[in-house]
Design a protein around this ligand. Structure first.
Ligand code: PEP
Length: 246
């Protein structure tokens, strides 16, 4: 059982439409009725749903975030793209950056660094995803990869108070696999140590569900969870939150 303040980020990826938003009524009801438990729920839907969702969540404790942005902080001729200030304008408060699904399609640490800077300028809080691939894990390169991603993605960013780190081993996303708890604790400590005394909140993401949360919640150094697949089902998402505090 934890007494800590916990974050629960729902990453809807490229799922959801206007009708899907009705399913959030049960999460709103749950969050209103949970007086004892201290948590922050942040929904990160596709861009098309940020405006309607932020309107719907206006008088609730739930917050809205985006899943990515263009690195350019200004308006410009970038067909199909949306920048951080446009996301802020329609109600986003947070933004997921550096997700491995975007890194896999060519996003580099350097580009993520530019995106973080533009998002901070726009007034968004950052959820920075870092994590090793299966190949890197097999080669015992996890710490090396984490250190490099932290260093490069956060280069020249002094104000780290608006940043939350989500440790997401790439091989655990959408696979049903989670790290051995021992290894996960070590990786979280490694990340914390990289920041020294001013460590940001550190979340875990990768196949979190109603079954494995019972083990994951026992890692005291964690400040919450980034949930992909299971967050698209309100019942499953509520179950994860409830079990975190059991
Ligand atoms: C994610 O998309 O960041 C994620 C953690 O997905 P899943 O929970 O489905 O593994």
């Amino acid at each position: 059982m934890t007494n800590k303040y916990m974050y629960f980020i729902a990453n809807w990826k490229m799922f959801g439409n206007l009708r899907t938003l009705n399913s959030l009524d049960s999460v709103i009801k749950f969050s209103n009725s949970s007086k004892k438990n201290k948590f922050k729920i942040i929904y990160c839907p596709p861009n098309t749903l940020i405006r309607p969702l932020s309107k719907r969540l206006k008088k609730t404790k739930l917050l809205v975030g985006a899943q990515n942005c263009h690195h350019n902080e200004n308006y410009g001729a970038f067909t199909g793209s949306v920048n951080a200030k446009m996301l802020k304008d329609v109600g986003a408060k947070y933004i997921i950056l550096g997700h491995s699904e975007n890194r896999q399609s060519g996003e580099t640490d350097k580009l993520i660094n530019l995106k973080i800077k533009s998002a901070i300028k726009a007034g968004l809080k950052i959820i920075l995803c870092i994590g090793e691939t299966l190949n890197e894990k097999r080669k015992n390169k996890t710490n090396q990869v984490l250190a490099k991603q932290i260093k490069n993605c956060l280069k020249s960013i002094n104000k780290k108070s608006d940043i939350v780190i989500a440790y997401e081993p790439v091989w655990s996303i959408g696979t049903g696999l989670i790290p051995k708890l021992d290894n996960l604790s070590k990786s979280i400590s490694f990340i914390k140590n990289k920041f020294g005394k001013k460590s940001p909140k550190i979340l875990y993401g990768g196949s979190v569900n109603g079954n494995n949360i019972a083990q994951l919640k026992d890692i005291n150094s964690l400040d919450g969870f980034l949930v992909g697949g299971a967050s698209q089902n309100s019942k499953k998402f509520i179950d994860i939150i409830k079990k975190t505090f059991n």
